[in-house]
Design a protein. Structure first.
Length: 311
């Protein structure tokens, strides 16, 4: 199984257009960026998770063919607005060779997605329902690859929010990969426990005083990671929304979130707020190590490819 991280940024990408905050200024200066989070899993089948608005550029960058299935985690635009870009696969084949792409989402998510993309069903997309706690039905899921949704809480609007666990049965032993997507809590506290690898949201480092975005901070994730104990950890959905002391007037912006109580190192000092990939990797590694979490951790970046499993 191979993961390709098509995108690893938050809902507006990084750096955010016209944002004057210290993080976005720094990223522009060094030429680093993140597109909206989207994942490609290449194993017994090719599975695209969360086709966001950057999908066309992401597919072209990685030169990817038609996916065998698409999984949508919830009904926020940065997780499904790229569905129309899948038309390239149908448009460039003879009509008799085309088969619609199975797309899985919850009933609540489909209610929103169909309002925008109903014209793609059934000629481009085959609508399939993904119910938390029940294995995904229909090819490409079966004996070699199974999938199961996990119900998550991402606030009051996206009622269909869920993550997914994919299990590759084609190797010497089953390999289980989880993807939390956006969340502030998990309906089942053990929903992502015991996985070989977990792709986990880390929207900001510190838990805000008021989490208006209903996203998972690394601080909030620590207790869950202690329970779940994934073999490998990948962090995605990185934003610029941490409050950085001294970054005025950016800290007064609506999107900046003042921490309730910032994470502190063993000496009592707050951890620095990372602004780029290298800083994120260093700070996240320190935080996990200082909290006794010794699993291998990779802060993912756009275009990162990782081989998983024994095969």
């Amino acid at each position: 199984m191979e993961i390709i991280f098509l995108g690893t940024g938050g809902a507006w990408g990084l750096p955010e257009h016209r944002c004057p905050c210290a993080t976005c200024r720094h990223l522009r200066a060094i030429g680093e960026h993140r597109t909206r989070t989207s994942i490609w899993v290449d194993g017994p089948a090719r599975v695209l998770i969360d086709p966001g608005p950057d999908l066309r550029a992401q597919l072209m960058r990685e030169d990817l063919g038609r996916p065998d299935a698409v999984l949508i985690t919830h009904e926020h635009g940065d997780h499904f607005l790229g569905l129309d870009d899948l038309l390239c696969y149908r448009r460039n084949l003879p009509a008799e060779q085309w088969q619609p792409i199975p797309v899985y989402a919850s009933q609540a998510t489909w209610a929103v997605v169909e309002q925008r993309f109903g014209y793609l069903i059934p000629t481009l997309l085959e609508k399939r329902i993904a119910e938390p706690g029940r294995d995904l039905a229909g090819p490409p899921f079966g004996d070699r690859l199974s999938g199961r949704p996990v119900k998550t809480d991402h606030g009051p609007f996206p009622q269909g929010s869920q993550g997914y666990i994919l299990t590759d049965h084609s190797g010497p032993r089953p390999y289980r990969l989880g993807y939390t997507s956006d969340m502030i809590a998990c309906a089942d506290p053990e929903g992502f426990a015991g996985l070989d690898a977990l792709i986990c949201q880390s929207h900001f480092i510190n838990e805000p005083q008021v989490n208006r975005a209903n996203h998972l901070s690394l601080q909030n994730a620590l207790g869950r990671l202690q329970r779940w104990q994934p073999g490998r950890l990948f962090l995605v959905h990185i934003s610029c929304q941490d409050f950085i002391p001294g970054d005025e007037p950016a800290n007064a912006m609506l999107k900046k979130f003042k921490p309730a109580e910032p994470l502190r190192d063993p000496g009592g000092q707050p951890y620095p707020i990372p602004r780029d990939q290298a800083q994120w990797q260093e700070v996240a590694g320190r935080i996990l190590g200082d909290h006794g979490l010794n699993m291998e951790c990779q802060v993912a970046y756009d275009g990162l490819r990782v081989r998983l499993g024994d095969a």
